[in-house]
Design a protein around this ligand. Sequence first.
Ligand SMILES: Nc1ncnc2c1ncn2[C@@H]1O[C@H](COP(=O)(O)OP(=O)(O)OP(=O)(O)O)[C@@H](O)[C@H]1O
Ligand SMILES: [Mg+2]
Length: 140
Amino acid sequence: MKFLIPAKEESLPYISEVCTGILKKSGIGHQDSSKTLLAIEEAAINIVKYAYDPGIEGDIELEFSLSDEKFSVYVRDQGKGIDPGLLKIYDVDDEESIISSHGRGFFLMQAMTDEFQIDSIPGRGTTIFLSKHLGGLECL
Ligand SMILES: Nc1ncnc2c1ncn2[C@@H]1O[C@H](COP(=O)(O)OP(=O)(O)OP(=O)(O)O)[C@@H](O)[C@H]1O
Ligand SMILES: [Mg+2]
């Protein structure tokens, strides 16, 4: 299921609403659903803040999928991409690098999900992949 939404601040409440509905239907537990929602919101906020230069119109693409094992979402933009120097700091294979970094967005996306991946090409855009495994035990 794919959604294309204008990358504007006004779209953020709509994104939260759409995601809440989809998460509810997916059968994912309440806690996991809230965590996943937070991660998606952080990714969407980043697109509004950084992906497109002022005056340039662009979209936030959300693509959801659900299998027996997991709920997944791709959050994409066709914006300027993330500075490669910065991406090194956010090397997902190196947990320390994310935890010690300044922004809380990527940190939250990683902490709130089971899988987190950033793919970004300068000048072409960014794809954030987030997933949450189903059927796990929920804890606080
Ligand atoms: N979609 C994107 N396109 C371009 N740059 C991005 C995108 N998402 C993130 N960035 C860059 O990555 C940096 C880190 O993002 P992160 O969400 O971790 O922190 P932040 O947005 O700076 O702070 P916070 O999320 O705490 O408000 C941003 O400052 C921005 O430079
Ligand atoms: Mg952020």
